[in-house]
Design a binder for this molecule. Structure first.
Ligand code: ZN
Length: 480
């Protein structure tokens, strides 16, 4: 049985103000943890120790663990050094379709990628993560080892993307494969929810709005409703996809999804960027953002991959003002949710030409409570009695935090992961002094390097022009 833990006299704390439904600062706070939950939190009492193990909070900011609602840990680290400058002009600059056709990590590479990604997630203060992956043997073992709280999202689809020319994406349909994937996903989610750790749960994940047939999408949301699980899919994530959905259905993917009943309070939309009124779409009307708000759907806002090729959601502040529930994710490596907060804020201000459209508090809210609420978990993303003891200690003495006049601003704009010292899930330390506690990453970098090299060589056998990975995505500098 886990005993009590006391985080003692934290200099600064981000507390949850339930009456105001927002985070607030407090100074000099003790937090008592028992059986994985917060049982008391309040002003420091020098007399209170009891039988609790004590963690010294002096010189620290105590804050809730971050909630990352959209990641692909088993693939994205394999694209480090490959995708940052890669894009296809004929596809409005996204490189998504070209890469997904030509480049695939082997099983050892996916395991190694996942280990590195999970280490990266916790190093930047994440305690809850939605892992959206093609399932493979051993996937859940790494989740267990990590100590993270994980939503297991086994992806399935009725079609695969293919390209025969840079200006053409084709959808190769195999509805039976989609059904088999759906069955397999249910077995995996059931297994996750039986896990004795209590930290694993399922999220229903038909992979993309354009690759899953209509009946399977209907069955997917019905499963989510029947089991109480959250639901997610990629939607309005590429101009190519939106144009294709308009060609098929005469309407935008968001409005088509609305008609199918896919926009609900349990739906998390990745990434809902290319709405009807987005300048890169220019569809008539301006209905998509309001529709997402009316139906209570949440958006998994992941600015990095899109900003890299010149696009962004327009914009975080406007969606929030319209009533869309905003949450944050890391759709690519690095899996640094603090840096995504900063980028979300900067892009919103630039899109709006208005500093007041987003601030540190609003992006921190999205990265904590916003994500937790989207997952239907009012006991996560906040420090309050009754909430899970998922929390982070940030070193206020780190030079990039100095002077720590406003610790969240220091963290979001300056220090990011560099000042994260300790991360706890359910009161258990999963990351301490710069290292994962349970997760073994000792071999991962070497294995991933080998697997990536093989992936880049093998690309020649899958690419529509027979190019290897070095031809598709050349190095940033040539050699003398
Ligand atoms: Zn994604």
């Amino acid at each position: 049985m886990a005993g009590a833990t006391l985080i003692r006299n934290a200099d600064w704390v981000v507390l949850w103000d339930a009456a105001a439904q927002r985070h607030a600062y407090a100074r000099g706070v003790d937090m008592l943890i028992r059986d994985g939950a917060i049982v008391a939190i309040g002003p420091h009492d020098p007399m209170a120790r009891g039988d609790a193990a004590v963690i010294d909070g002096a010189g620290m900011l105590l804050m809730p663990g971050l909630v990352n609602v959209h990641t692909h840990p088993t693939t994205e680290p394999g694209f480090r050094g490959v995708r940052e400058d890669h894009g296809v002009p004929e596809q409005q600059m996204t490189g998504l379709f070209e890469r997904s056709q030509s480049m695939r990590l082997d099983a050892a590479g996916r395991d190694a990628a996942m280990r590195l990604a999970y280490a990266e997630l916790m190093s930047a203060g994440v305690t809850s993560v939605v892992d959206l992956s093609a399932p493979f043997e051993g996937w859940m073992d790494v989740m267990r080892e990590s100590g993270l709280r994980v939503w297991v999202g086994p992806g399935y689809a009725s079609a695969r993307w293919g390209m025969s020319a840079p200006q053409t994406v084709e959808w190769h349909w195999d509805p039976a494969a989609g059904r088999r994937g759906f069955q397999a996903a249910q077995a995996i989610m059931d297994e996750a929810e039986r896990d004795l750790s209590g930290r694993l749960s399922g999220i229903v994940f038909p992979a993309q709005i354009d690759t899953v047939e209509e009946d399977l999408l209907r069955d997917s949301i019905a499963l989510a409703e029947a089991t109480g699980r959250p639901f997610t899919t990629h939607i309005a994530q590429a101009v190519v996809e939106v144009r294709e959905m308009i060609r098929r259905h005469g309407t935008t993917p968001i409005q088509w999804a609305g008609g199918l009943g896919l926009l609900t309070p349990r739906s998390i939309l990745g990434h809902a960027i290319f709405t009807d009124d987005h300048p890169s779409i220019g569809w008539h009307g301006s209905r998509d953002v309001a529709l997402m708000a009316e139906r209570g759907a949440a958006v998994a806002h992941c600015p990095s991959p899109f900003a890299r090729y010149g696009e962004h959601l327009k914009h975080f502040g406007r969606y929030g003002d319209a009533g869309v529930r905003m949450a944050l994710g890391t759709d690519v490596a690095p899996h640094n949710l603090i840096e995504e907060m900063r980028l979300a804020l900067l892009l919103a201000r630039n899109a709006a030409h208005d500093l007041s459209t987003a601030d540190t508090a609003s992006v921190f809210h999205a990265g904590t409570v916003g994500g937790a609420d989207a997952l239907g978990r009012s006991d996560l993303g906040r420090l309050a009695v009754g909430a899970k003891a998922d929390c982070v200690l940030v070193d206020l003495g780190h030079p990039l935090m100095a002077p720590p006049r406003d610790p969240l601003r220091s963290l979001v704009f300056h220090a990011a992961d560099r000042a994260v010292r300790h991360v706890f899930v359910g009161g258990n330390a999963i990351y301490a002094n710069g290292r994962p506690v349970g997760l073994d990453v000792s071999e991962a970098a070497g294995i991933l390097a080998q697997s990536q090299a093989k992936m880049l060589r093998d690309a020649a056998g899958h690419d529509y022009r027979g190019r290897d990975g070095d031809a598709i995505a050349p190095l940033s500098l040539g050699f003398i």
